[in-house]
Write a protein that binds this ligand. Sequence first.
Ligand code: 48H
Length: 270
Amino acid sequence: MKTKMRRRAALDDVVISRIIIEEFTRDFSDCLQSDVAIIGGGPAGMVAGYYLARAGKRVVLYERKLSVGGGMWGGGIMFNRCVFQEASKPILDEFGVRATARGEGYYVTDSIETVSTLCAAAVKAGVKIFNCISAEDVMVRGDRVTGVVLNWSAVSVARLHVDPITARSGAVVDATGHDAEIAKILIRKIGKKLKTKTGEMLGEKPMWAEVGEKMIVKHTGEIYPGVYVAGMAANAVFGGPRMGPIFGGMLLSGKRVAELIIRGGRAKGR
Ligand code: 48H
């Protein structure tokens, strides 16, 4: 008996290109209005996105580089292992990152597994991630930030004079790491109006893991109406120490900022 073989259509190069363009532009256009725009796809940004999306928020994350993960890939001095403290272990467990106990209260993970697992969980929870895109400005209406101004990262790398586009959101999370880029943009554009002692960025302090990790969670929060800070950027804004290659505080800060936004209930961008 002859079995019928279904003939596969020849692969059409242009069809492949069209699929990419149509899918991307539809998704990108849908994301121009969101509840929360997260700037920066390091550990803090990805964890924040996960918890916000799980709570039903429409979340978009913009990452400047080709890959998300920020400072996690390289562990410490490019030895790709990440250290976590006890308090952050439940978050590792929730995401399904395998961690080995080392000494009292320390856990170690493979940084490649950690980044890829955090990213996959965030995406599966509903976070839309756009890589190769940088936030270069914010939109302000009255006394509130109402969105971000975006451009391809390649534009600034090549120093091209190309105008950006805008995306509206109920809240913006500055998860840009040591540079706290959104906070800096705010000060440059609207003056010393951050919710710090002086209204300015207080700047990151020298290494002290014990204090830095505690402060990062305390410093996580709203810095201007509509703008929240999480992860390393929180210590840069509020003057906390750096902590070196321990990453538990970044996860805890990401979770904390999500809780604050959810509790605040104002993040409605649609
Ligand atoms: C789009 C941007 C923009 C922009 C930057 O640096 P990250 O990993 O940040 P965190 O806070 O999640 O984690 C910090 C941690 O990695 C770290 O550096 C630690 C613990 N250091 C301690 C120490 O003592 O050194 O990720 C930030 C991400 C990066 O991927 C950037 O590319 C991205 O934000 N980013 N994306 N638009 N304007 N600026």
